[in-house]
Design a protein around this ligand. Structure first.
Ligand code: SAH
Ligand code: DHB
Ligand code: MG
Length: 217
């Protein structure tokens, strides 16, 4: 039956079904609602993870008992707040953001969520921030969601800096449907997949744009 669906490429979801399930299983408190609405409100790109993807990140962190997490790509702090809410009170999330304007909006949302003690927003190109972050490691989980053209380098960093049994999570794992293209960015995302498959036990979860999950070997 399920074979049928996947073999023939059928999908059984619909916008109505997904909206119902998002509200039921992945609804927002006030802080999440503000952070989710923030990009549009502040003229930032509205490219935050979906409601169910954000909730999935949170549940995976809880399942794995994560305490120290690194996020690449903060935007307005929506996924950061989802993940930080899933950490114990002494947990830490470091989230890396290139754009000072995005980081400022995120810090406001994180403060309103009461999570400023648990979350640190670091501003600059992620690769430049990593050397100062490394002494805090090894980390329990890394979530990649920044510039896709450097996913190969970020995935390599995660393979080194995630503890055994820790998680790698990667948004846009289908690279907007262009994963098999020859563009440099598509190649970088594929390299990330290939390196992840070596260093982690992996599966690509079929969210709208794919979410790679790995457990460090
Ligand atoms: N994780 C967020 C969405 C991130 S969108 C959420 O789900 O709520 C991607 C973000 O990565 C953007 O804010 C963009 O400014 C940032 N970004 C792009 N290139 C970057 C780089 N080199 N280093 C750090 N952040 C980068
Ligand atoms: C874009 C980035 C993302 O991380 C995403 O989930 C969707 C879109 C983008 O850069 O357009
Ligand atoms: Mg994304």
């Amino acid at each position: 039956m399920a074979d049928h669906a996947s073999r023939q490429g059928h999908r059984y979801d619909s916008p109505e079904i997904l909206a119902y399930l998002n509200e039921l299983h992945a609804g927002h408190d006030l802080a999440l609602a503000s952070a989710f609405a923030a990009p549009e409100l502040h003229g930032l790109p509205a490219i935050q993870v979906g409601m169910s993807e954000g909730k999935l990140l949170a549940l995976l962190l809880r399942l794995s008992g994560a305490k120290k997490v690194v996020e690449f790509g903060t935007l307005a702090g929506y996924s950061a707040i989802r993940m930080a809410q899933a950490l114990p009170v002494d947990g830490r999330l470091w989230t890396l953001e290139l754009e000072a304007r995005h980081a400022a909006v995120a810090r406001g949302n994180i403060a309103a969520a009461g999570l400023s003690k648990r979350v640190e927003v670091l501003v600059g190109p992620a690769l430049g921030l990593l050397p100062t972050l490394e002494p805090e490691g090894p980390f329990d989980a890394v979530f990649l969601d920044a510039d896709k053209g450097r996913y190969d380098l970020y995935g390599h960093w995660a393979a080194i800096n995630v503890r055994q049994g820790g998680l790698l999570l990667v948004d846009n794992a289908y690279y907007f449907g262009q994963l098999l293209d020859q563009s440099p960015d598509a190649v970088a995302v594929r390299r990330c997949h290939e390196e992840a498959a070596q260093a982690f036990d992996t599966v690509c979860i079929p969210t709208p744009d794919g979410l790679l999950l790995g457990i460090k070997k």
